[in-house]
Design a protein around this ligand. Structure first.
Ligand SMILES: [Zn+2]
Length: 61
């Protein structure tokens, strides 16, 4: 099984980091930035469409 890490970027503080989709909620659920505590929809943190697709595929949505 391929471990595809995805690139995240917070729209509020503009901090970027990598994360394992297994540690992230579904794209429609809320997620809190670990850098600035800003809460947004998970999908807003994905940096590219590819990252969003990987996250969706992981959760099967
Ligand atoms: Zn942030």
């Amino acid at each position: 099984m391929q471990q595809a890490w995805i690139q995240l970027r917070c729209p509020a503080c503009e901090e970027g980091w990598e994360a394992n989709p297994a540690d992230l909620p579904e794209p429609k659920q809320e997620y809190t930035c670990k850098h600035c505590d800003d809460t947004r929809k998970m999908a807003e943190f994905t940096q590219t469409q590819t990252d969003l697709r990987i996250l969706k595929e992981f959760h099967g949505v």
